[in-house]
Design a protein around this ligand. Structure first.
Ligand SMILES: Cc1cc2nc3c(=O)[nH]c(=O)nc-3n(C[C@H](O)[C@H](O)[C@H](O)COP(=O)(O)OP(=O)(O)OC[C@H]3O[C@@H](n4cnc5c(N)ncnc54)[C@H](O)[C@@H]3O)c2cc1C
Ligand code: FES
Length: 254
């Protein structure tokens, strides 16, 4: 199936000083994307940049991404405007299996709120029980947070003072029991959330946002280690772009 498209930018919203939310026209990506998948998008510099799909609108034939400026590629993308054309490769990666459970706990840190938003939308459409826990450094960084979410900030400037695990500790037994945890965020945060899930007897899936280049499994820039005791060795190398980015927490060599 064709995966690279020339797409029109429909809308660019500056949601924070350093973050933009971009709506891009592409019927094929809107029709085929599942939560946890990502796109690799062109900018003015060498190599495309990967972004989790934050939402899709099949009727309008659009999908959304949220982009936080961290370097020259993301700064360039944040300067794009509606009407401009970009090359987009996607949808890429495996995504979350949302049929694996009838109850979920979605946990997002930083830009993880974008892919987690897509998972929330699909679960809400399907009427699947879930809670969302979001963690940010401070109130200025809060993005895509709904009043019914559990909100935490590291400095206590909004919501619960603490990190995502502090937020998870406030969940009640009926929200926790039998749930599957889906988590996207910085590595230390995903490691801590995975340990929390394991401690509560829950299955946890994490999205490994490694540095990427090709995005389609060729260059091996994005490899990470997963346990491979069943194959008689300590670990295997896997490509986060093609074999992931979603992996069971307990399989990742942290
Ligand atoms: C599967 C996946 C999904 C992603 N989803 C989003 C998203 O929804 N929204 C978003 O804003 N960002 C997302 N990222 C991160 C985003 O791709 C990087 O921030 C971006 O490629 C940096 O490009 P740059 O040229 O601006 O930065 P560079 O100049 O290349 O680097 C600037 C800084 O960003 C860090 N960085 C570069 N690449 C990554 C990366 N892959 N992950 C973490 N840090 C990185 C560098 O270590 C450096 O500190 C995702 C990454 C992956 C792999
Ligand atoms: S980014 Fe090239 S193999 Fe994953």
């Amino acid at each position: 199936m064709k995966k690279e498209y020339s797409c029109k930018i429909e809308q660019v919203q500056h949601i924070h000083e350093d973050t933009v939310y971009i709506t891009i026209g592409c019927q094929q990506i809107a029709d085929n994307a599942v939560p946890g998948q990502f796109v690799n998008m062109s900018c003015s510099y060498f190599l495309k940049r990967p972004f989790g799909i934050a939402s899709v609108n099949k009727d309008k034939g659009t999908f959304d991404i949220g982009v936080k400026i961290v370097g020259k590629g993301t700064a360039d993308i944040a300067s794009f405007s509606a009407g401009q054309t970009v090359n987009v490769l996607g949808p890429l990666g495996n995504g979350f299996d949302l049929s694996s459970s009838d109850k979920f706990i979605l946990v997002a840190g930083g830009t993880g709120v974008f892919p987690i938003n897509f998972a929330h939308e699909i679960l809400a459409q399907r009427g699947v029980r879930h809670v969302v826990v979001e963690g940010f450094r401070n109130k200025e960084q809060i993005t895509m947070c709904s009043p019914e979410y559990v909100l935490t900030t590291d400095d206590g400037s909004a919501g619960i003072h603490g990190n995502c695990c502090t937020g998870l500790d406030t969940l009640i037994e009926s929200e926790i029991e039998g749930a599957t945890v889906l988590c996207v965020g910085p590595l230390p945060m995903m490691k801590a959330v995975g340990a929390w899930a394991t401690g509560n007897g829950l299955k946890c899936y994490v999205s490994m946002e490694q540095r990427m280049a090709c995005g389609i499994g060729i260059c091996l820039v994005c490899v990470c280690k997963v346990k491979a005791e069943e194959q008689g060795q300590e670990f295997n190398h896997v490509r986060c772009c093609k074999d992931g980015p979603v992996f069971p927490y307990e399989e990742v060599v942290w």
